[in-house]
Write a protein that binds this ligand. Sequence first.
Ligand code: DHB
Ligand code: FE
Length: 287
Amino acid sequence: MARITASVYSSHVPAIGVAIDQGRTADPYYAPLFAGYEVGRRWAAENTPDVVILVFNDHANAFSLQIVPTFALGMSAEYEPADEGWGPRPVPTVFGHPALSAHLAHSVIRDDFDLTLVNEIPVDHGCTVPLSIMYGQPEEWPCKVIPLIVNVVQYPVPSGKRCLELGKAIRRAVESFDEDLDVQIWGTGGMSHQLQGERAGLINQPWDHEFLERIIDDPEELATMEHVEYVREGGSEGIELVMWLVARGAMADLAGGGEPDEIHRLYHVPASNTAVGQLILEDAASG
Ligand code: DHB
Ligand code: FE
């Protein structure tokens, strides 16, 4: 059977992708951040899954603002990098796992989550930057990727509780897929940042650190945090952090199993206008 082995939590700041694409990771501005990423990259190389379920938000690139689904699941065999205004990033095509997507859709929708099924979609920096952070610049991504796109762009956006519960439903779905697959789930976005308006540039380090603690130790309690707190404390785009709760919801401890192992925690300020976080939790059940 398929199993969830780990969850990864990662900012998806586009400038980090540009630094990788343009060979500027050793620049003085970026060197400390990329030094911090080394542990995660080594772990990723040693723990390459068959499939990553990659939770991110589309930034009005694929869906524009004509249609804004709350939760959308990629069903395809492949996803091209999106043109976000200056041409697509020079990164590999993202290959999907249509059979697992079909099973996830079946199981999660029958579990009362109304997913939008997306048969064709380009993937923006929300998806490709976390892949680049972990895997660098390969000819091909080392695993299959299933995009799960969450609306955090137009209100109303889903609650933390809803996101956590979706993660639990994804775990149930993965565990009932009749193929021997190692599956990771990655939640992306955040940490505190605001890209617009009077508070543009807002970063809230104490609040981010507390978020990192709470998502590890008490995700059920963290999931009760209201949107207004994300926005007030973490900035208008800090709301992206609700997507981390989808990944956290898929861990064994929330299904009656053991606590996850914290493999790595990184916090760095700033990249562009954003506080950068990264967290890797290995599932207790994965052995
Ligand atoms: C930026 C964009 C993002 O989507 C994000 O999550 C963080 C930063 C930016 O444009 O700098
Ligand atoms: Fe974003």
